[in-house]
Design a protein around this ligand. Structure first.
Ligand code: FAD
Length: 211
C-alpha cells in the first residue's frame, strides 16, 4: 500500500474547496483493498488517532480537512465493478474513489443515466454518498441517497474494524442508507465485495435533455 509522509507531497490533502487553512496530518495512505482499509482503521482505533477520509476534495464545508492523525485517501479505490441493465433501468456497483464523471460516461455508453450531479464532476462517488450530494438535477430527480440501494461500510468502532453490509437500503425512505449518507463525518468508509462499494440505481437514458 502506498503511504506518503513527505509534507510537500501531501499538502493537497490538507484542504478542500472550503479553503479552510491549518489542516495537517502525519501521513496519507492509499488503500487498494478492503483488507488495507481495515488495517488502517484498526491501527488508528488501537492507537486512538483520528482518520480523515479523503475523496476528491471538492467539498465546500471542510469535511475532509484533517487535524492530525492519518488521511485515508480513496483515490486508488477507483473501480466500476459492474453496470447491469434490468427492467427498472439498471444498477452499478462502484468503489468509493470512482469519479462521478467516469461513472456518468460509463452508464451513458450503456444507454443509462445516473442523475445525481453536484456540478463539480471530478468528485468521487464515496464523497457524493457521504455528503448526500445534490445539485440542479435534484429538483427533478432527488439527491444521491435516492439512488443508493446498498452500501458496504467499514466501521472503526470495534477494536478490530469489520465490514458491514447494509441490506434493504431502498430508495427515498429514511433508512440506514440515509443515515450513513447524511453524515459526512460518519466513522464509515464506503467501499466492494473484495474491497468497498456502493450499489447505485440507474435510469434508462431518455435522450431528450433530461438534465
Ligand atoms: C464548483 C462546485 C460546485 C458544487 N456544487 C454542489 C452542489 O450543487 N450540490 C452539492 O451537494 N455539492 C456541491 N459541491 C460540493 C461537492 O462537490 C460535493 O459535496 C461532493 O459530493 C464532494 O465529493 P468529494 O469526493 O470531493 O468529497 P470530499 O470533499 O473529499 O469529502 C467530502 C466529505 O465526505 C467524506 N468522505 C469522502 N469520501 C468518503 C467515503 N468513501 N466514506 C466516508 N466518508 C467519505 C469526507 O471525509 C468529507 O467529510 C460543489 C463543489 C464545487 C467545487
Amino acid at each position: 500500500m502506498l503511504i506518503k509522509a513527505n509534507s510537500e507531497e501531501i499538502q493537497d490533502f490538507f484542504s478542500d474547496a472550503s479553503y479552510l487553512r491549518g489542516g495537517y496530518a502525519a501521513r496519507v495512505t492509499f488503500p487498494e483493498t478492503a483488507d488495507e482499509v481495515n488495517a488502517i482503521l484498526a491501527q488508528a482505533t488501537r492507537e486512538k488517532t483520528p482518520v480523515t477520509i479523503s475523496g476528491a476534495g471538492t467539498g465546500t464545508v471542510a469535511g475532509r480537512v484533517p487535524f492530525g492523525g492519518t488521511v485515508l485517501a480513496t483515490d486508488k479505490l477507483d473501480r466500476i465493478k459492474s453496470i447491469v441493465r434490468d427492467s427498472a433501468g439498471g444498477r452499478a456497483i462502484v468503489e468509493a474513489g470512482v469519479r462521478l464523471i467516469d461513472l456518468q460516461r460509463a452508464v451513458e455508453s450503456e444507454g443509462l443515466m445516473y442523475p445525481p450531479d453536484p456540478t463539480e464532476r471530478s468528485c468521487f462517488l464515496g464523497g457524493n454518498v457521504a455528503t448526500n450530494a445534490s445539485g440542479a438535477r435534484t429538483f427533478k430527480y432527488g439527491p444521491t441517497r435516492n439512488y443508493v440501494t446498498g452500501l458496504k461500510l467499514a466501521l472503526a468502532t470495534d477494536r478490530s474494524s469489520s465490514w458491514r453490509t447494509l441490506r434493504g437500503c431502498k430508495g427515498p425512505n429514511l433508512d440506514s442508507a440515509s443515515l450513513w449518507s447524511c453524515d459526512s463525518r460518519a466513522v464509515a468508509f464506503i467501499s466492494n465485495a473484495s474491497g468497498s462499494q456502493a450499489c447505485l440505481r440507474l435510469f434508462r437514458h431518455a435522450g431528450n435533455g433530461c438534465d
